[in-house]
Design a protein around this ligand. Sequence first.
Ligand SMILES: Cc1ncc(COP(=O)(O)O)c(C=O)c1O
Length: 368
Amino acid sequence: MNDRFAALANAATRALRAYDPGHDLPALRRRFGATLAELGSNENPLGPSPRALAAIETSLPQVYRYPDPQGGALKAALAEHLRVDLGQVALGNGSHELLMLIAQCFADAATSVVFSEFGFAVFPIATMAANARPIRVPALARDHATMPLGHDLDAMARAIRADTRIVYLANPNNPTGTWFDDSALAAFLARVPPTTLVVVDEAYHEFTSAPGLSSALRFAAAHPNLIVTRTFSKAYALAGLRVGYAVADSGVVAVIERLRESFNVNALALAAARAALGDQAHVAHGKQWNLGEREWLAQHLRARGLRVLSSQTNFVLVDFKRDAAPIERALFERGVIVRPMGGYGLSEFLRISVGSRVENERMLAALP
Ligand SMILES: Cc1ncc(COP(=O)(O)O)c(C=O)c1O
């Protein structure tokens, strides 16, 4: 490899490192076959709605055509489902793409971006890729009474400066599983100047059931600077297709549309996402199942003396109270994939997705 080219990268890219994909999952699938327990990426083991799979089959013969560049049918279905205008919806190749695009469109070297210390990993990457200045706000303490490691919204509001163009929040957050309720968000929004965009990443929204927690969308009309992102990767179980969406003021969407690649969501993904959206009974069933299975998992982990943080998602963050790297390694050797947290500075923790009961039992049995 010729390192000379690294110096030719633009300033923002020079400061970045390539995404660390973690373990080589295709190789591990070959090695462990059906006994591999994949609990590292917060996927939904129930799988997608049968309607989504049928829609893919129906669309398959048309794959020689480009997809609808507007994603019109999916956008219309989302607009109806969310009771917003069509012009308020942007589609992404996963919500990851939208989180990046928002920074590309609105932030630059003259601006800063605020996010929480343990906020979703894409927030600092999006900030740096836009060459903006990251303002990383310390999270709530590890021993905080109600929401350890959660977003400190009060400190985040105080961190906003005149040049802050974006604040990224995740509710609930990955990797902590923490959340804040509607009243806390309302108080936060009231403190944000209209020239600062507030992105609320609701990737796990469909799993939530905490009292007082609905969605940032209820504040959209009062706060045109609000952007809500969601995904079909989690509750809708379509991670492999890459579809996400953002809901925002139509003026914000119009800016995002300037930079969006015209065919960013493929034809099979558009069709499957629309069909999946139409099967809310499947989503409701998945939510109930996840609630029960997450509780079962947490109880069994707690019975081992481990500290399991409260979660509103389809994963739990587990505090081993010692370096968790050897534990992760031992699980890996037994074909159980979980997510190490060293990259976040949380090396005593592992993030464990709610898998199928068989996978969860395998993980518990493999714990050293
Ligand atoms: C909080 C959060 N936001 C966004 C994403 C990105 O999801 P996708 O790009 O699959 O929509 C994830 C994925 O794990 C996530 O955890």
